[in-house]
Design a protein around this ligand. Structure first.
Ligand SMILES: Nc1ncnc2c1ncn2[C@@H]1O[C@H](COP(=O)(O)OP(=O)(O)OP(=O)(O)O)[C@@H](O)[C@H]1O
Length: 263
């Protein structure tokens, strides 16, 4: 059984994350975007976009290819600046990014990849702890080339977690993985989110993935947020659960119903 490793919840349902949210003192970062526009020359990708995300929320961005999801994520990550408007998303230290490609340094062992950017005598111990949290305890001494694609993405996740981010930005992190590995990663990301209480923003092409993981699914279209769908299904979510397919279908219909953004 490939899912058993992550089948047991790390925490009971009353997680630290939910306690923190209730207490109004979450570790997650609040995001606020007001009147945000982004153009590349004459190509107006985002137009007057407003968005508020509460601390500790898990939000997914979906939409047609080229609609501006990654552009929006990059603005929030501070990797690019808006043409107009305001982006409030904490400091660079509070944010971490994960991409489709794990971007590991092949000449460094796994533990040293995770410890990159950490200083002090505890760096290795913290990296090993983070590797344990992603199910890779014992692989720290290995070379990245000896890992599977899914394991590399786990290392990338550990490399983000080791900095104890308040905001985790995920740009199609599971896009290159097979279906079963994706399901394992969904479970893992959800458990880590519940345990650590960070705010999560996931860009994905996979509407089912968005519904499985997010509190809110946002559809980016025509330069703005065309749909903001709350997902209140109990966690961990099964695609067979009542309401799952209906919500997935609703979001898909919205995507199909909107014309492609002018490219
Ligand atoms: N640096 C850039 N220079 C010029 N155009 C850009 C740049 N970055 C993005 N674009 C354009 O902005 C639009 C939105 O791109 P973006 O990557 O945000 O879309 P996306 O929704 O993430 O797409 P996909 O789902 O295919 O990854 C596209 O038309 C793209 O060509």
């Amino acid at each position: 059984m490939w899912l058993t490793e992550f089948d047991t919840p790390v925490l009971p349902r009353e997680s630290v994350h939910e306690d923190a949210r209730r207490a109004g003192d979450p570790r997650g970062l609040a995001l606020k975007l007001r009147g945000v526009a982004k153009s590349f020359g004459a190509r107006h990708v985002l137009k007057d976009l407003d968005l508020a995300i509460a601390p500790g929320e898990f939000v997914a961005l979906v939409g047609r290819s080229g609609c501006g999801k990654s552009t929006l994520l990059r603005l929030i990550a501070g990797l690019d600046t808006p043409t107009a408007g305001l982006v409030e998303a904490g400091t660079a230290d509070e944010r971490r990014l994960m991409f489709q490609d794990a971007r590991l340094l092949p000449w460094k062992r796994v533990v040293d990849n995770v410890a990159l950017g950490l200083a002090g005598p505890e760096a290795s111990a913290r990296a090993m702890e983070a590797l344990g949290q992603v199910g890779l305890a014992g692989r720290g001494g290995d070379w990245p080339s000896t890992l599977s694609g899914g394991q590399r993405q786990r290392v990338a996740l550990a490399r983000a977690l080791v900095h104890r981010p308040r905001l985790l930005l995920l740009d199609e992190p599971l896009g290159a993985l097979d279906a079963l590995t994706r399901l394992e990663m969904h479970r893992l990301i959800e458990q880590l989110w519940r345990r650590h209480g960070f705010t999560a923003l996931l860009v994905t092409h996979d509407v089912a993935e968005a519904v499985a993981l997010a509190d809110r699914v946002l559809l980016v279209d025509r330069g703005g947020i065309a749909l903001d769908a709350a997902v209140s299904l109990p966690r961990p979510r099964s695609r067979a659960a009542p309401g799952f397919a209906e919500l997935e279908d609703r979001v898909l219909r919205h995507i199909v119903g909107h014309a492609p953004t002018a490219a």
